[in-house]
Design a binder for this molecule. Structure first.
Ligand code: DAH
Length: 346
């Protein structure tokens, strides 16, 4: 092998490598060619093995040519790599393109349950008069639910509050939030202004206007010199806050064992404005709660001296208030978890 022959071989290797690069389809092919031509056991090294056979004076010339060719191939490898990489990137960008102008996927947001919202509104209205929210347990004992509220065993009034009894002797699901009155009086010194919202239960013939599970908000105020007039003024303000300024209200005599005197509190019919319609049974009025002056026996149950303290209490059905505010005709809907109904309160 002479100088001219070796030079030809080197040039042939370069031309072959450059052609191979031009045809390389992807970065992996370029990398393979790099190893094949320039690698330690590659084709360039193979050709240069012929140097040993050359006369000593020719060797630097071949060395210089080999270096130039290695440089050319290296540059070509780098250039081809860049071209292929940018092509791949462009391809991916095109394939994985995101249209940022598309409308987003709607996120289904939850909302407050109408019962929760109504309790909130009631608490807000009484909160303005200093009433603070308390909570009593849903499982009560006979003592708090009945006896301490002046409803002794076998009292006929118990028929109004038949309920579900637990296997645990003397325990039941509370039939109203009124036992909370006893708990508050026993744990809090007057003046008391308590609001007690919560879930109640009854043994009930379920219908559009009664359910075996429902919500009430109880109110209790105890102080020295509290009067029925205070109760009347407070409830009137409450009605204005919930049903609009100018809503007419009235007291009617009522009966509850735990209050004396007892009243029913009516607001003018929100459907007909008080002229009389089927919704109010032509009376022009709708009863929204029961109330009265706390019975002296109940004050004593709460550990308070009836000679010194007077109080009033009231209790309302939350579903009934919500029905009136939203024009709902069937209170069973509130606990059926039907989203078509609940979505209407967004
Ligand atoms: N607890 C009664 C019921 O469930 C409602 C009630 C009436 C509560 C008069 C009171 C009240 O505090 O004074 O029917």
């Amino acid at each position: 092998m002479d100088l001219a022959g070796l030079t030809r071989d080197l040039e042939a290797l370069r031309d072959d490598a450059l052609a191979g690069l031009a045809a390389a389809p992807d970065a992996a092919a370029v990398a393979a060619l790099d190893v094949d031509v320039l690698g330690r056991k590659g084709r360039l090294t193979g050709v240069l093995r012929g140097i040993g056979a050359l006369p000593a004076e020719d060797r630097p010339t071949v060395g210089a040519i080999a270096n130039t060719i290695r440089g050319e191939i290296k540059d070509a490898i780098a250039a081809r790599g860049r071209v292929l990489r940018s092509g791949e990137l462009a391809g991916r960008l095109a394939a994985e393109a995101v249209d940022v102008t598309l409308p987003g996927r709607p996120v289904r947001r939850g909302t407050y349950h109408p019962i929760a919202t109504t309790i909130e509104r009631i608490a807000e209205a009484f909160g303005q008069f200093g009433f603070v929210v308390y909570e009593g347990p849903e499982i009560e004992d006979d003592l708090n639910n009945f006896q301490l509220l002046n409803i002794p065993p076998d009292h006929p009034a118990r028929d109004l509050w038949d309920t579900l009894y637990l296997d645990v002797e003397g325990h039941l699901l509370r039939t109203h939030t009124s036992p909370g009155q006893i708990r508050v009086m026993q744990s809090t010194a007057p003046p008391i202004r308590a609001l007690l919202p919560g879930r109640c239960f009854r043994y009930e013939n379920v219908a559009a206007d009664r359910n075996f599970e429902f919500f009430q908000v109880e109110g209790l105020m105890v102080d020295e010199g509290t009067t029925l007039g205070d109760l009347k003024g407070l409830l009137d303000q409450f009605a204005q806050a919930l049903f609009g300024a100018g809503t007419r209200t009235r007291f009617r005599p009522g009966y509850y064992p735990f209050t004396e005197p007892s009243v029913a509190f009516d607001v003018e019919c929100l459907v007909c404005g008080g002229v009389g319609c089927p919704a109010c049974k032509r009376s022009g009025w709708m009863t929204i709660l029961g109330a009265g002056m706390v019975h002296p026996v109940v004050l004593q149950s709460g550990g308070l001296d009836p000679e010194r303290y007077q109080g009033f209490a009231f209790g309302m059905g939350v579903e009934r208030i919500s029905n009136l505010r939203h024009g709902v005709g069937d209170l069973r809907l509130y606990l059926e978890n039907d989203l078509r109904f609940l979505d209407g309160f967004r």
